[in-house]
Design a protein around this ligand. Structure first.
Ligand code: GLN
Length: 232
């Protein structure tokens, strides 16, 4: 029995926006690492494909997928009906949700009832941005500032450029640790969301491989190992 060598395996380009720890981030050597990256690599290993990881702005991921510049989105992307119109999502691979955070020295805002007339920073194109704009349209928030990277969103909060951040809870928790407690969460259950890997609409072959691989790595303990590495 001959084994397929690594060279013979197809390579799929994975697009990700790497300011989203612990799902995707850049390590000291400049390499993109994280839960999503290890998981899609493990799925590739199980299914016989290689992955090449590419940095893409979060709001540019779906266009990059549709135009064929990338083959897979692995970027903490929430499965939504709106996105389902443009891409096909895998089975959910983890649950998360939006949280509202403020600077630690903010004594003014302690709940959602205190958001009247306040300003928010969010990641461009994210579900957090959609939520913030909803609150603005409802006359609650006075301004929503959208940035192309979550580290910039968090800096804006810490530097006092905005009052709140609306972003995925596990990621805001990562920044809280990174930023030595300069950020605090005031509402950790704004939404309940599921992340999926996305492929081009109609790319059933790749979608089936991802779903089969996901099931296999969930069953053989690989998923738990990756989870233990990034969520401890
Ligand atoms: N889960 C959120 C979304 O899909 C945020 C993702 C992100 O900023 N990487 O919109």
């Amino acid at each position: 029995q001959e084994e397929t060598s690594v060279e013979e395996m197809p390579t799929y380009v994975v697009g990700t926006e790497p300011t989203f720890p612990p799902f995707e981030m850049t390590d000291d050597s400049g390499e993109i690492v994280g839960f999503d990256i290890d998981l899609i690599k493990a799925i590739g290993e199980d299914q016989g494909f290689n992955v090449e990881v590419q940095h893409v702005g979060f709001d540019a991921l779906i266009p990059a997928l549709s135009s064929g510049n990338i083959d897979i989105i692995a970027s903490g992307m929430t499965i939504t009906d709106e996105r389902e119109k443009e891409v096909d999502f895998s089975e959910p691979y983890i649950n998360a949700g939006l949280a509202v955070a403020v600077a630690s020295d903010n004594d003014d805002i302690s709940s959602m009832d205190d958001l009247q007339g306040k300003t928010a920073a969010v990641q461009l194109g994210s579900t957090g941005a959609a939520k913030a704009n909803e609150l603005k349209d409802a006359g609650v928030l006075s301004e929503v500032k959208e940035f192309g990277a979550v580290n910039v969103v968090m800096m804006e909060l810490i530097n006092g450029g905005v009052d709140v951040v609306i972003n995925d809870l596990p990621v805001t928790e990562s920044y809280m640790i990174q930023q030595d407690g300069q950020i605090k969460i005031i509402n950790d259950q704004l939404t309940s969301e599921s992340y999926g890997f996305a492929v081009r609409s109609g790319n059933e072959e790749l979608l089936t491989m991802i779903n089969n691989g996901l099931q296999n790595v969930e069953e053989d303990g690989t998923y738990d190992e990756i989870q233990a590495e990034y969520f401890s």
